[in-house]
Ligand binder design. Structure first.
Ligand code: GH3
Ligand code: MG
Ligand code: MG
Length: 299
């Protein structure tokens, strides 16, 4: 217990550390984006000021030119005044365009930088999502056998019961228990017992359809939900699985180990609560045990 609590404490601390790292990275990215917006803001303000001042200069040129034209008495003087003005106007427009070009290069650089940062952020968010999915998924699997755990079974069973109550397809519940498992543990050791659990779980998943649901609900106890099957079909499938387990050629350190399983089967009624259905299957499993084991019995 102390080890488990310690391990859980360590894993919580690790998760907290991961979350803190991700948060600080996100904060840094957000700060970068906010700086980018501030820079863009000040760049567009300086562009606005520059355009305004160009406009003012042009207006004053036009005003002065108008005065010069109305005051001119000689064509030669008028021509040189107009061409001086035009030269000054064209020089100022050239300068303005050069400043615009610099601003455009700066703007493109900033936009490119921001695009890269946003792509980074999206990638990081995606990775975080997959990691969270994995953790969520991991919390629902039995680490030893890789099938669903008790918590996952309880949730799934409650969902299936609700669907059945609403007139969903038939559903079979199979409760399994490995026969004489304590003897296997006592004779060959706990590690051999663990390997037997893995082999039996593997046998269940490979003998059943992908849509069927397999869970390890206790030490050497498994539950299976069979979709769309009436009682007799569920019994037939259960017997196929039982025969497959019996046929496992399991050896531990060169010694053949006989493995068999017993099963209690029930079909769910529309009015069943999960406890009722579970108890029926459990009572049938008990009969399979007292009837000699390596048996499948229907409730
Ligand atoms: P029966 O045929 O009546 O089912 O008898 P049994 O020996 O299989 O059942 P019993 O309940 O007496 O023993 C089950 C044993 O399973 C006891 C427990 O130590 C062992 N066990 C529970 N979980 C694990 C596990 O994760 N690994 C191993 N190796 N053994 C486990
Ligand atoms: Mg048991
Ligand atoms: Mg047992």
């Amino acid at each position: 217990m102390a080890e488990m609590i310690h391990a859980r404490g360590e894993s919580l601390a690790r998760e907290r550390l991961q979350a803190a790292t991700v948060l600080s990275e996100v904060t840094q990215r957000l700060e970068e984006m906010s700086n980018h917006l501030l820079e863009s803001d000040s760049a567009s303000r300086s562009r606005f000021d520059d355009t305004e001042s160009l406009n003012d200069t042009m207006m004053s040129h036009v005003r002065e030119l108008t005065d010069e034209v109305s005051g001119a008495t000689e064509l030669g003087l008028l021509q040189s005044a107009v061409s001086a003005r035009l030269e000054s106007v064209s020089r100022q427009i050239c300068d303005f365009r050069a400043r615009e070009a610099v601003r455009l290069v700066e703007y493109n650089g900033r936009a490119e930088h921001m695009r890269e940062r946003i792509a980074d952020l999206e990638r990081e968010a995606q990775e975080l999502h997959s990691k969270l999915d994995l953790e969520k998924h991991g919390a629902r699997l039995d680490p030893l056998t890789g099938v669903a755990n008790r918590k996952c079974f309880d949730e799934r069973f409650a969902q299936e019961i609700a669907l059945r109550a609403q007139g969903g397809a038939p559903l079979g519940l199979l409760l399994w228990d490995i026969d004489n498992f304590k003897v296997i543990n006592d004779s060959y050791g706990h590690r051999a017992g663990d390997r037997v659990l893995q082999s039996v779980a593997g046998c269940f998943t490979s003998a059943l359809r992908a849509a069927d649901f397999v869970a390890r609900i206790g030490g050497e106890e498994f539950a299976v939900l069979l979709h769309g099957l009436r009682l007799q079909d569920a019994v037939n499938i259960a017997n196929q699985v039982r025969t497959a387990v019996q046929g496992l050629r399991f050896h531990f350190r060169g010694t053949p180990v006989r493995i068999t399983v017993s099963c209690g089967i029930t079909e769910l009624n529309r009015e069943d609560a999960s406890e009722q259905a579970f108890d029926r299957a459990d009572a049938a499993l008990y009969r399979a045990k007292s009837g000699g084991k390596n048996l499948c019995i229907a409730a």
